[in-house]
Design a protein around this ligand. Structure first.
Ligand code: ADP
Length: 247
């Protein structure tokens, strides 16, 4: 298989902070419609990998090809435009707006002459908001102010705010942290549904959730890949048990 068959091809990726290689000659490949989970001990480089892909951190060397477009040369906003969405651990939703309004302002407006705050209330936007609200289990909460949502619902809302932009790759940092068991199960259901049109990379510590969602797991340790494969293989790998799962 050549690099061009993958949605994302990361090759020889390295970033040094004052000589310390947080990510060290890393290569991995993500397929279309794949859920990839990155696990590993604290400080392994997981967050830095997502920061590099979304352009928040610039690579020292190596390449990140997304649909064959080199991302390391692009700015953060260009990477979003190329189709990469990133959700951080803390939801960045607008507390004083309703669920509907939060989704509506995230709808890609292109270069609107009315500026970023001009709301488009046309039918296409309303229809898309409704569709996304259903996907994130909030269709009966559309008129609710975001600060009245539960912690889990806020996480879903932020996922919805990214989905409405229709990214080809969605990256999530510990999406089920602090969620109840039922919310975690629904989040797994949500991820399996949305990969019909895209791939997802998830950083996660909750192994039950990892088992529910991962097509493939990449285990990072000291900025490098310790092991990679399906969860059944990963959880019995003695090196993974030693540095991570056994703790
Ligand atoms: P993880 O997400 O796996 O816990 P991180 O990617 O956050 O790990 O961090 C990997 C290593 O890189 C850590 O040792 C961290 O201290 C270091 N690091 C991350 N970002 C920076 C930065 N901007 N400057 C210096 N060191 C950093």
């Amino acid at each position: 298989m050549s690099d061009t068959d993958f949605l994302l091809a990361v090759e020889g990726l390295t970033v040094s902070f004052d000589g310390f290689k947080a990510v060290n000659d890393l290569s991995f490949y993500v397929d279309e419609r794949e859920i990839r989970v990155i696990i590993g001990p604290n400080g392994a480089g997981k967050t830095t990998v997502l920061d590099l892909i979304c352009g928040k951190t610039k690579a020292t060397s190596g390449s990140i090809k997304f649909r064959n477009k080199e991302l390391t040369k692009l700015r953060e906003n260009q990477i979003v435009e190329a189709g990469v969405g990133r959700k951080f651990q803390t939801p960045s939703i607008y507390d004083d707006l309703t669920v509907f309004e939060n989704l509506e302002i995230s709808y890609p407006r292109g270069r609107s002459v009315f500026g970023a705050l001009a709301f488009r209330r046309d039918d296409a936007v309303r229809e898309r908001v409704q569709e996304i609200a259903e996907a994130i289990f909030l269709s009966d909460q559309l008129q609710r102010r975001a600060d009245f949502l539960s912690h889990g619902q806020k996480q879903w809302l932020e996922i919805g705010m990214l989905l409405i932009q229709d990214p080809d790759l969605l990256m999530l940092d510990e999406p089920v942290a602090g969620m109840s068991v039922s919310e975690r199960i629904k989040t797994a259901e949500l991820l399996h549904r949305i990969i019909k049109d895209r791939s997802v990379i998830v950083i996660e510590h909750d192994m039950k959730f990892v088992e529910d969602i991962a097509h493939k797991v990449t285990v990072l340790h000291q900025g490098q890949i310790l092991a990679e494969g399906p969860m059944e293989k990963i959880k019995t790998d003695p090196r993974v048990i030693e540095v991570y799962l056994g703790h």
